[in-house]
Design a protein around this ligand. Structure first.
Ligand code: PAF
Length: 280
């Protein structure tokens, strides 16, 4: 099925107005491009829940710190459009910078709660404000009823869910389980940076998430189990930013036995920073 590239906000509005007047429900899959199997899975899940799926591709400068990889972030527009068409995305919104941040743009959306829990926010202080600002705009510009996000970026999923709820944006945010390589490595656009030997090292993040979840289920204290994983990963040559068990809804530190937990991890393999998480 061909996918329709929509390169301006007015083109997006024309297309979505048509869908609404035809009574069609539509879902949005926000991305920064470098489309991989994880994104395609979000499109397929969107197709199960809505009549139309629109994927957005916008490499959002506001969520990159000055020292981060905005300039080198992988870009492959023709490959992305081809893959999204094959997966069945009906349209792809590729806004220009001025469609998202017009001249004199002066508003930011930022929140506390899951965005300020000392995980990604501790290492990337501006990140979630950049994400919530752009995602709020994409939700409002598309007017979609459903939005699909990967659970791989688990804190991001919780943050955008809270943001939509707090701002009464009429959209249902749905989290979709992480798509993994056969080795267990979570699919990510940044995996493209890994050399073959780094890719082997990176697998230990998933292996340690599995082992730690099992240890906690068998009765080990979450903090001890996570600290042991950090030591193992460090010994394997990774630089660990965090490896923690948190309440799976609030992302607060665990306080009582039996609360639902999620392990969340971020670690550097060489010059590549990877994140992953797992339900306990
Ligand atoms: O997860 C991403 O790719 C980005 O953070 C998002 C949600 C598309 C916002 O730019």
């Amino acid at each position: 099925m061909p996918t329709k590239p929509l390169r301006t906000l007015s083109a997006l509005r024309r297309e979505t107005a048509r869908w609404r007047s035809d009574g069609l429900r539509y879902a949005v899959v926000p991305t920064m491009g470098a489309i991989h199997e994880g994104h395609l899975q979000l499109v397929r899940e969107g197709l199960k829940r809505a009549d139309r799926v629109i994927t957005t591709i916008f490499v959002n400068p506001k969520q990159f710190a000055a020292h981060e990889d905005l300039g080198s972030y992988p870009r492959d527009e023709s490959g992305d459009l081809r893959k999204l068409a094959q997966a069945g995305s009906h349209a792809v919104y590729l806004p220009r910078l001025e469609d998202i941040y017009p001249q004199y743009f002066a508003t930011t959306v930022s929140l506390n709660g899951p965005a300020k829990t000392g995980l990604e926010d501790k290492f990337r202080p501006e990140f979630f404000t950049g994400v919530t600002t752009v995602v709020a705009k994409l939700f409002l510009q598309t007017g979609a009823e459903i939005a699909l996000f990967g659970e791989k970026d688990y804190q991001q999923l919780k943050v955008v869910t809270q943001m939509a709820r707090d701002l009464d944006i009429p959209i249902k945010v749905v989290g979709i389980p992480t798509v993994r390589e056969s080795t267990g490595l979570a699919k990510s656009s940044r995996n493209a940076y890994l050399s073959p030997s780094e890719e082997k090292t990176a697998i230990s993040i998933h292996q340690n998430l599995l082992r730690t979840a099992e240890a906690i289920r068998s009765g080990q204290a979450p903090t001890r189990a996570a600290a042991a994983a950090t030591r193992r990963l460090t010994a394997a040559g990774l630089k660990v930013d965090y490896f923690e068990a948190r309440n799976s809804e609030t992302l607060a530190r665990p306080r009582m036995a039996g609360e639902p937990l999620r392990l969340l991890a971020a670690a550097w393999v060489g010059r590549t920073r990877l994140i992953d998480n797992m339900k306990v």
